[in-house]
Every structure is written in C-alpha cells, then in structure tokens.
Design a binder for this molecule. Structure first.
Ligand SMILES: *Cc1c(COP(=O)(O)O)cnc(C)c1O
Length: 402
C-alpha cells in the first residue's frame, strides 16, 4: 500500500496524499510523476522467470500491466472506498463498465439493468452481450427490495446507476444489494454500480453493499475535460476475476492520462463542493420559474428517490436537469441562446454545459411519459450570478416560442 493511504484519514485528506509511491516520489516529490515504459530489463533469466511467476501486481513486469504511475492512481482511488481491495483502470468509462460486466457474465446468464442506465451501457447489453447469449432485462430504477421478484435461476448480475444521468432518480442501493446477497441461486448475484455522479466522496459504494463500483473518471476525477479514463473498484472477493479479465482483454491506460487523472483527483473535493453549491442555488432558482415544470435534482423534493438520497449520500454534485413547459422546440431555443453554457457531451469539468436530453428514447421498463422538454445542466466553476443571467436569456428565447 502506498504511503498516505491511511484508513484513519477523511476522504479529502486521502485525495491529497493517496498513492504517493516511494519509487515514484523518492519521498521528495509531492506529485507522482509520469513513468513511461513498455519494456522492463531484467538482470538475468532467473529474474525474468521470477518476475513472471511472482505475477506481483505491484512490480514492473511489462507495460500492459501498468507502471507505478497507474498504480498510484489505482491506490488513491481504492483508498477512497472503505472495504475495497483494488482498482483497475480502463481507457474510458464505457470500457470500465463493459469490462466489469464481462468479468462476471457468461453465456446463458441474465443481467438486470436499471432502466435509467447510461445509454451506451444499454447498447452494449442489447448488442454485444446479446450476441454472446446473455439476456438483459430492464427494471424500474425505484424498484428497491422488489428486485428480488425478478431474480431467476440465471440471474448473474445487476447494473445500477444512481442517480440516472438524464432523469436523476435515486435507487435504494443498499436494499437492492441486500436482496442480491440474500438470493440463494445456483450462482451468486454480483452488483455493479456506475457511481460517476456521486463519486466516492458522496457515496461510498462498497461500504453500502455494492460489489463493483465504476467511475467514468473522465468526468469528476479528471475534472478538466481533457482525458478519457475509467475505473472499477472492488472488494477482495471479486478482485482477481476483475483484474484477470481486464488483462485478458488487454486493457491499459497511458501513464500520461493516469497522471492527469491523479492530478485532477487532488482537487476533486473542492471542485465538487463548489459545483454542488452553485448547482443547488441554480436548481432552487429554476424551481421558482413559471416556465419550469420539474427540477430533477436529487437534493430537491421533486426528484424521485429524494428521501433515499438524504439517507445515503453525503452530497450532490453539479449535474442535474429540469423540464420546460410547452413545446419541445423550446429546449433547443433555450440552449441555443446560452453563451456561457457550452453545448457538448460529457460533464464533470470546470465549465458549464447545457443539453436538451430525450429520456423517452431509451426507456423500456417504465416509459418516460412527461411531455415537456428536458434540459440537462453541468454546472462548472463560473460565477453563479453570471450563470443565472445566461439562463435568463435562455428563458427569454424560449418564451418567443409557443
Ligand atoms: C460519461 C459517462 C460514462 C462513460 O464514460 P466515458 O469515459 O465517456 O466512456 C459512463 N457513465 C456515465 C453515467 C457517464 O456520464
């Protein structure tokens, strides 16, 4: 374990000191530098053979197994999840989700997936997994302990996302994980959570019963909208399966990207707290607008699962949505009128973004029937009054339409 990963410290402290590996820092460098290599030279054949046999996760063997720069980030991420044993890195959040699923699923299995899951996770299940003979069944994000009624002999895994990144329902993760653990089937049921919205700062997933917790680190960990990277953190029971399948699938992240993600991680708590505060102020301000139907923000009472958010989460991040009354065309007019909010995918960076989103296109278990247009906001680090003035110009433009 790297220096600074002490269990006794609070999360913000772990962000600062986690993953400070001796061979990278020599005890004298604060920020672990980039360690680039594919090939490692051994002093002799005996050492080469010993290296292979030891299969030590933490001694340099070959570049595809990572280098101290990647391990430093892995250790820093693991330290944030009480009860976790290890973390694997992947070249994107999507790769992290898909490889985690492939590490537990076999042909003939049934995967249960929350109906508000990230759209590429659905495509992977409906395309790639289906072709492997794995069936996916979608369920209501608010199902809670009722999920046990969906279990069958073939159920192998549950993919959760809470809140959903378009509609923001909060799932009862502890109840779903308890139901999975209580199930006495042929094989146990593995729970996987896409925890990108909350990060381990606001939701400590392993401690709450999740087996594998996944981050699109592209978002809040990196925080600067310039790197693609994903992670999966798990406890001891699933660690070897996760690690071996990542290796078999040839997953590796460049040390430069790992370095940038580790650098972003250092300031994640201040960024998240600042983005949380501005997002809350804007969400409450939006809720007062006549044009606004619903504000879909887990910390606001309108949001389905709000009570569970209060019970389980330590905070709310900077991503939420709201509905705008009237024709769907209003959403495009609103977003086009904004100057500070960029129009772009992804989120979690320091810049604000706005997008019309279409939850009705991706739901099958419980259709999204709200007829109003939905706009999703990523709140960045700009001044709150400037952001409100920008949104006011969006409302002015939308008012021009019926
Ligand atoms: C962006 C995102 C992902 C995928 O991450 P990438 O790094 O873009 O592949 C997964 N889940 C959620 C909730 C996301 O927002």
């Amino acid at each position: 374990m790297a220096k600074g990963d002490s269990e006794k410290h609070k999360a913000a402290t772990k962000l600062v000191s986690g993953g400070r590996r001796e061979e990278l820092t020599g005890g004298s460098v604060v920020n672990p530098p980039v360690w680039r290599a594919s090939t490692h030279l051994y002093p002799d054949v005996a050492a080469l053979e010993a290296g292979k046999k030891a299969d030590d996760e933490r001694s340099f063997f070959y570049g595809r197994r990572g280098s101290p720069t990647q391990w430093s980030l892995e250790e820093a991420l693991t330290a944030l999840e009480p009860g976790a044993h290890g973390t694997m890195l992947y070249p994107s959040g999507a790769a992290a989700i898909n490889c985690a699923l492939l590490s537990v699923l076999r042909p003939g299995d049934v995967l249960l997936m929350t109906d508000n899951a990230y759209d590429p996770s659905r495509s992977f299940a409906d395309g790639f997994l289906k072709n492997l003979g794995i069936e996916t069944r979608y369920f209501d994000p608010l199902i809670g302990a009722g999920i046990s009624e969906l279990f069958c002999e073939k159920t192998r895994a549950i993919l959760l996302e809470s809140p959903g990144s378009l509609t923001f329902e909060i799932a009862d993760i502890p109840a779903i994980c308890s139901a999975a653990k209580a199930h006495r089937g042929r094989r146990e049921i593995v729970t996987l959570l896409d925890n990108t919205w909350a990060t381990p700062l606001f939701f400590t997933a392993i401690e709450k019963g999740v087996d594998m917790t996944i981050l699109a680190a592209t978002k809040y960990v990196v925080g600067h909208s310039d790197v693609m990277i994903g992670s999966v953190t798990t406890h001891k029971r699933w660690w070897k399966k996760l690690r071996n399948s990542a290796r078999q699938l040839g997953q590796v992240v460049s040390p430069d990207d790992a370095y940038l993600a580790a650098r972003g991680l250092r300031t994640m708590s201040v960024r998240l707290r600042a983005q949380e505060a501005v997002a809350l102020e804007i969400a409450h301000w939006l809720a007062e607008h006549d044009e606004v139907g619903m504000v879909l923000h887990p910390a606001l009472p309108d949001c389905p699962g709000h009570e569970i958010w209060k019970r389980d989460f330590a905070g709310s991040s900077g991503l939420f949505a709201f509905t705008i009354r009237g024709s769907k065309a209003k959403a495009a007019a609103f977003v086009d009128a904004l100057e500070l909010f960029g129009i772009g995918y992804s989120w979690g960076g320091y810049e604000s973004l706005a997008l019309p989103v279409h939850p009705e296109r991706d739901r099958t278990a419980n259709p999204w029937t709200n007829p109003d247009a939905v706009i999703r906001l990523n709140i960045g680090l700009e001044d709150v009054d400037d952001l409100k003035a920008d949104l006011a110009s969006g409302f002015a433009a939308a008012r021009e339409l019926p």
